[in-house]
Design a protein. Sequence first.
Length: 438
Amino acid sequence: MLKLDYAVASDRGLVRSNNEDSAYAGPYLLALADGMGGHAAGEIASQLMINHLRALDTYPGDNDMLALLGMVADEANAALAEGIREDATRDGMGTTLTAFMFNGRELGMCHVGDSRAYLLRDDKLTQLTVDDTFVQSLVAEGKLDPEDVSTHPQRSLILKAYTGHPVQPTLQNIPVLAGDRLLLCSDGLSDPVTHSTIEETLRTGTPQDATRRLVELALRSGGPDNVTVVIADIVEVDGDDPSVVGTAPVTAGALNGEQPDDARPDTAASRAAAISRQPKSIEPVPEIAQPPEKTSRKLPVLVVALVVLIGLVAAGWWGYTRIQATYFITTSADDTITVEQGVDYRIFGFDLHEPYKVACIDRNGQLTLVDNCTTDPPFTLDDLPENLRGSIQDLPSGSYDDVQAQMQRLAQQALPACVSTQEGGFRDRPGVNCREVS
């Protein structure tokens, strides 16, 4: 019978002030989520996702592991959407997910985002997941060398994540053999540490030893991000009942709350990080005795009422200014790609956003954002490769500059203009490998 021998490790890194990764390893479930969104929202998103998934850490029997993973991840995504509706400050939060269920024979995988899973078999490391990122789409189209991914300026642009909007994960069954070693990691490991170094490190030691060494390697490489590692060995054990496994689950990252820094490598980056985190001491200001004043019973009530009124006005003004400064990309009823001003919510039947600009694209792929497309045709979903059309709704909201940059990246990915023939037809297939240009 096959079982999992596993370990997890996580560190906030040498740059970040908090850890937004969450990881879980148990007898039948391995899962890692890398949160995003700031203001602690990333921590909340990754914790919420893993806390939903941990219910799957039970022997699945003959149940469809892919269906179970997809269903529970969708439930967690719906909970994310509800949390965002209840607290507008969490708008933009989301999380990646790389998770595996194990039935004693094979693994069921659910993957969204840029966290990764690898399989070490016969000392050769193979990446099981494909990054849902802009740079990976360039690699797939032959426009970028895989060796240049780690240094590309847009390597962090994620095309798919769980953000409360519908998203289609990658679901796949993976056969395993005794002696295989599985690695799940956040991009805090895969970005600064090379594939060959990860492979060499995984070849020796127990899962506990390997997780510790990989985290240390990420820190020695500058620790630019949270780094989280899950390692599981596929081992042969006596017995033939896969439902009888006694190993306790372990967690790491945001699931464990704020943890003290472990012993870290003595590098320039770690010393600089330690200095920057030293708390500043502030001398207490001595209190000045005030002469007693006559008070009225009505005065406290008036003060409280005034404070409440000021608070309501300030909250309303803050909400209004935030909405006015927030933009996001969506599509209109005719699939034209547009920019909306505000946040993607409805309150009492009223939208908290309104159309702001329409995207137009010319024959040469030049993008303009205008009130109405008059000289150039509108930029529509059909102008994008089919694999990118679903990514529009997953793009995060942000400032107008952020949204303009997202639009420019989409325009760079647009299909080439169709070439018409003398008979008036198209040599290419519009909406498949080219776009129609009037």
